[in-house]
Design a binder for this molecule. Structure first.
Ligand code: NI
Length: 190
């Protein structure tokens, strides 16, 4: 297995819709393994192929019950609402409150070529929506309420996060104590 560098906000590959996968073979299984290694190393709970620069419709996830791979995902049904502080490996160090459906039905294909339907609530449903969004060319920034998006864009432009320090946006008045104004954190925090 090998890991990839993760593409971040501003990289055009994150805005492209990924192509449907027609050949499920050993090469695709190796790609899934490498994506999982990249995700665990980050660490994160989900990773879509275009986040590592590959325009194919596949994502991996693990919310604590082991690794999963989803090929050609489609969201077939959603219900309810759930507000959650969501982050993304392609927008590192920032978390945003985002309202999305609470219950999500996902259709996809596994690495054996079998079609499946899987239901996810709360975090699992959130992962399904977030990763399918990636493969459609959307980032979590595209799902923010207008005022939160405005603040997020300002922060990304003027005050991007330092390594190892996470911030919730909007929370401009609750700056991390490490942000002393010189832009240099006092030391690694993670
Ligand atoms: Ni993401």
């Amino acid at each position: 297995m090998a890991s990839f560098p993760i593409r971040t906000f501003g990289d055009p590959v994150l805005k492209l819709r990924c192509a449907e996968i027609t050949d499920i073979d050993g090469a695709l299984a190796r790609l899934a393994d490498d994506m999982l290694e990249t995700m665990y190393k980050a660490p994160g709970v989900g990773l879509a192929a275009n986040q590592v620069g590959i325009q194919r419709r596949i994502f991996v996830y693990d919310i604590g019950d082991g690794p999963h791979t989803v090929i050609n995902p489609t969201i077939v049904e959603t219900s309810g609402e759930w507000d959650y502080d969501e982050g993304c490996l392609s927008v590192p160090g920032l978390y945003f409150p985002i309202l999305r459906p609470q219950k999500v039905t996902l259709q996809g294909v596994d690495l054996d070529g079998h079609e499946f339907i899987r239901e996810g609530e709360d975090l699992l449903g959130r992962v399904f929506l977030h990763e399918t969004d990636h493969l459609d060319g959307f980032l979590l920034l595209d799902r923010l309420a207008p005022d939160v998006r405005k603040e997020a864009m300002r922060v990304l432009r003027e005050d991007p996060p330092h390594a190892g320090i996470s911030r919730r946006i909007p929370a401009a008045e609750v700056e991390s104590p490490a942000d002393t104004g010189d832009g240099v954190p006092p030391g690694d925090r993670e």
